[in-house]
Design a protein around this ligand. Sequence first.
Ligand code: HEM
Length: 150
Amino acid sequence: MTSLYAHAGGDEALHRLEEILYTKVLEDPLLGQLFTERRATHVDHLTWFTAESFGGPDRFTREVGFDHVIRVHRHLDITDEQRERFVELYMESLDEAGLPGDEPFREAVREHLEFGSRVAQQNSRAATDGELHPLRDVPMWTWKGGDEMD
Ligand code: HEM
């Protein structure tokens, strides 16, 4: 079965996607409150995370580590509106980056995002370690598509 990573177009396509998303996020009035400055590592780290989650190389786990994702979201106190806007901008970015538009792919990306953004939100609101989401590894995302020969 083709991985989501391969179907998306690999690192190059995912990097293009995350770059577009990050530019949108920085310019957005609601999200700009959280993302206050452009960080050099952001697009690369988000690319590596997504690549790994979609069945590509495990570079995020090897070079960054899942604890980092918990740390960066901690105490951001992400609101429902901000979480939803993040998902909306991400879905828009898929089109602008020219990623595949087929339904199984889009559905898998949306599920990954809904899950990931809820984990980030929970961790952003955790007052104690006990309130953190139990996820401690990059989640491996599967999908219903990918049987085609490509
Ligand atoms: C699938 C969902 C998400 C994933 C995979 C994700 C992943 C990441 C990663 C890997 C970083 C570290 C970047 C670095 O090291 O430079 C990061 C930072 C950050 N994330 Fe998320 N995130 C998600 C959802 C969200 C949501 C929903 C929000 C808020 C609405 C958010 C807000 C932030 C902020 C404010 C930072 C740190 C500030 C910055 O780098 O400018 N994230 N995220």
